[in-house]
Design a protein around this ligand. Structure first.
Ligand code: G4P
Length: 291
């Protein structure tokens, strides 16, 4: 297995967002949690369960256009078996986004019925949306609202007022800034976030990252890699050798025939992130630590 330096990430606005979530929890009827369908476990903030304990949850798997359809179905079943409502959407095309409203109504059926019985049936449903940076929260909100809504600021030090967005069907949504967590107990989680670009490349060694990604991809989707890069390497080939083969196949050579591994790494990461390699999901519900 290739080595990579320990990834750490300390966003300064983390505490503020955490406070915002807990302070506003009593104002909402449900929490909508956006996850990246390519890494449905690693893109979930592990703090979210305790922060939002007790609130009905709708998990929205976004970017499902880039994920493996079969894996997405497994994850939907997994989230539902945990008592969450779950839908898979693609905010690029808008696919399935409209499933949000019926899914929310089903999740909150008891509350809606209780309100109706008390003559308060017209009251809006309030939801809070949470998710890590870049997971597609703004895209999702814009799709739901049918308009471009100002983004909840992810940058530290930027103050913004609380933002309720009125959606269709009597739903009002509170946006929160995207946050990562202060410390990765599991470096594998950090790597997967880095693969997708959720952790910026300037805090990681991209060659080491690309080697790890190639190892993972060659184990999970060997045919996709063979098709894209004409790889002939044996299964279980080390990430460095895979990266060199990609570079050689693409003619990325320095003087003396040495492979320009940095260029090859950038290519692999770019092509993975833009789904040029195909539809790929890097983790499965049954894997250890995928809870
Ligand atoms: P955020 O608010 O959670 O930070 O995320 P945002 O909506 O800004 O989306 C982050 C990036 O992910 C954007 O790309 C966006 O287009 C892309 N994206 C969001 N949802 C989907 C999806 O379902 N499928 C795919 N393929 N991409 C999605 P960008 O490169 O930052 O900007 P741009 O390409 O929109 O210009």
């Amino acid at each position: 297995m290739s080595e990579i330096q320990t990834i750490q990430w300390f966003p300064g606005h983390m505490t503020k967002t955490r406070r915002m979530i807990t302070a506003n929890l009593n104002l909402v009827d449900a929490v909508v949690e956006l996850v990246d369908a390519r890494i449905p476990a690693s893109s979930r903030n592990p703090e979210m369960d305790s922060l939002t304990a007790g609130k009905p949850r709708l998990v929205v798997m976004n970017k499902c256009d880039m994920a493996d359809e079969q894996a997405t179905q497994q994850w939907l079943n997994h989230f539902r078996s945990q008592g969450f409502a779950a839908i898979a959407v693609d905010c690029k095309s808008g696919k399935n986004v409209k499933q949000f409203f019926p899914a929310l109504r089903t999740l909150l059926a008891e509350l809606i019925e209780k309100r109706r019985a008390k003559g308060m049936g017209g009251r809006p449903l309030h939801v809070m949306i949470v998710g890590i940076p870049n997971v597609g929260k703004s895209s999702f909100i814009n799709r739901l609202a049918g308009a471009k809504i100002a983004k909840a600021e992810d940058r530290p030090g930027v103050t913004r007022t609380k933002q309720w967005v009125k959606l269709a069907e009597g739903v009002e949504l509170l946006d929160t800034p995207g946050v990562l967590w202060p410390k990765f107990d599991d470096q594998e989680v950090a790597r997967r976030l880095a693969f997708t670009g959720a952790i910026k490349d300037d805090v990681v060694d991209i060659e080491a990252l690309a080697m790890l990604l190639l190892e993972r991809l060659y184990a999970l989707y060997p045919d996709l890699l063979r098709a894209r890069y004409k790889l002939t390497a044996e299964p279980d080939t080390d990430g460095f050798d895979l990266l060199e083969e990609v570079g050689r196949r693409r003619g990325m050579l320095l003087s003396g025939g040495v492979v320009h591994t940095e260029r090859a790494a950038i290519t692999v990461l770019d092509e993975y992130r833009s789904a040029k390699l195909g539809r790929i999901t890097l983790e499965r519900p049954e894997e250890q630590g995928a809870e």
